[in-house]
Design a protein around this ligand. Structure first.
Ligand code: TXA
Ligand code: MG
Length: 314
C-alpha cells in the first residue's frame, strides 16, 4: 500500500529509494517511474551528471531536458511564473503537465539542461515513487524519457533495460506507467500559452482553466526538437487508420476491432494511451514485417495518441 512508499527498506525492483537518492546525490543516474513514462534522472545542478544523461541516451546536445520538482515553491527557484503559469501549475500539479517558462536570474540548473535556451521546462510529477525520491534526495531532477534517443518511450521497467542495454543505470521499478504518454508541454508566452506537445492533460482541460482566448496556435518553427516528426519512430513501417489488416501486418486494434493486440476492448481512450507504447514495443519485436493501427477517435487524450502514432508512422 501507499503507506510503505518511501520507507527506507522497501525495494522497487532491486533498489530502495534511499539507495537511489544516494546515487543521485553522488552524481549518478537512476531510471525512475513517473505517471507518464520512465525517466532517466540526474541532479539537474550537476553538469557532469547532466552530460551523462545525454551520453547514455545518445541525445543531441541541442535538445533540452525537463526538470522535475516536488512542488510549485521549488519550481519558483528555477523559473519565472506569471499568473497564467501559476494557475496552470496550481490546477494540474502534481501531474502530467510540463510548463516552459523564462529561467530565473540565478537558476541553479546546469547550462546543459536548457541547451542554451532562456527558458526552462519544469514538471511536478504525481507518481508516488518519484515523489518519494524527490523528497529523499532533496534534488531537482533532470529527466528525459529513459530510452535511446529516437526510440519509443518506456512505460515498463523492461523497456528501459531493452532500450538502453548495457548503458542502463539502476532502475526503480514502479510498475507500468498509468498515463503511458509523455507529459503535455505548454510554453507560457506573456498572457497566452502554446501547446508544444499534446499529452495526458488535454487541450480541452487547458481551455477550461486558461480560456480559449489565451491559446496561441502552434507555430511551425521547431522549438523543441522532440517535436521533430520522426521523433518517436519504431523500426517497422506503421499504417494508420487501418480498417482491416493486410498480410504479415501486426494489427493493433481499438474498441470493436480486436486485432493481434487491442489498445482497449471497451474503447476507453485513457486505457489505450496507457497501453500504446507497450503494444508498439511488442509489435516492433514481433515476427511481422509491418504494423497497422485501427482508427482512434480524436477527442480528449485521443489527440495525443494520434500525435504519437503520426510521428511513429512518419
Ligand atoms: O512525461 C514526460 O515529460 C517525461 C517524464 C520522464 O517526465 N519526460 C520526457 O522528456 O518526455 P523528453 O526529454 O523525452 O521530452 C522533453 C521535451 C523535448 O521535446 C524537449 O525538446 C522539450 O521537452 N523541452 C525541454 N526544455 C524545453 C524548453 N526550454 N523549450 C521548449 N521545449 C523544451
Ligand atoms: Mg523522449
Amino acid at each position: 500500500s501507499n503507506d510503505h512508499i518511501g520507507s527506507a527498506e522497501r525495494r522497487y525492483g532491486t533498489v530502495t529509494i534511499a539507495e537511489a537518492a544516494q546515487r543521485l546525490q553522488e552524481g549518478g543516474l537512476v531510471a525512475v517511474p513517473t505517471e507518464t513514462v520512465y525517466g532517466l534522472a540526474a541532479d539537474s545542478t550537476n553538469g557532469t551528471a547532466v552530460a551523462e544523461i545525454y551520453r547514455t541516451k545518445g541525445r543531441p546536445d541541442f535538445n533540452p531536458l525537463i526538470v522535475h520538482v516536488s512542488n510549485l515553491e521549488a519550481a519558483l527557484t528555477l523559473g519565472q511564473f506569471n499568473d497564467l503559469a501559476r494557475e496552470l501549475a496550481e490546477t494540474f500539479w502534481p501531474g502530467p503537465l510540463t510548463l516552459v517558462v523564462p529561467k530565473t536570474g540565478d537558476c541553479p540548473a546546469a547550462p546543459a539542461v536548457t541547451a542554451g535556451l532562456e527558458t526552462i521546462a519544469i514538471r511536478c510529477p504525481a507518481h508516488p515513487v518519484m515523489r518519494a525520491l524527490l523528497e529523499a534526495s532533496g534534488l531537482f531532477l533532470a529527466a528525459p524519457s529513459a530510452n535511446r534517443s529516437g526510440g519509443i518511450s518506456p512505460t515498463r521497467r523492461d523497456h528501459v533495460s531493452e532500450s538502453l542495454g548495457d548503458a542502463a543505470p539502476i532502475i526503480l521499478d514502479g510498475g507500468p506507467c498509468e498515463s503511458g504518454l509523455e507529459s503535455t508541454i505548454v510554453a507560457i508566452r506573456g498572457n497566452g500559452y502554446e501547446i508544444l506537445r499534446h499529452g495526458p492533460v488535454t487541450a480541452e482541460q487547458l481551455f477550461e482553466v486558461a480560456g480559449v482566448a489565451a491559446m496561441i496556435q502552434q507555430s511551425s518553427d521547431i522549438e523543441a526538437p522532440g517535436q521533430l516528426a520522426s521523433h518517436y519512430a519504431p523500426i517497422k513501417s506503421l499504417r494508420l487508420n487501418a480498417e482491416q489488416s493486410e498480410q504479415r501486418e501486426f494489427y493493433i486494434g481499438f474498441g470493436d476491432i480486436h486485432g493481434d493486440r487491442c489498445l482497449s476492448v471497451d474503447g476507453d481512450l485513457a486505457e489505450a494511451a496507457s497501453n500504446l507504447f507497450a503494444v508498439l514495443h511488442e509489435a516492433d519485436a514481433s515476427d511481422r514485417t509491418s504494423i497497422a493501427v485501427a482508427p482512434i477517435p480524436h477527442q480528449g487524450i485521443g489527440a495525443a495518441i494520434n500525435d504519437r502514432l503520426q510521428r511513429a508512422a512518419h
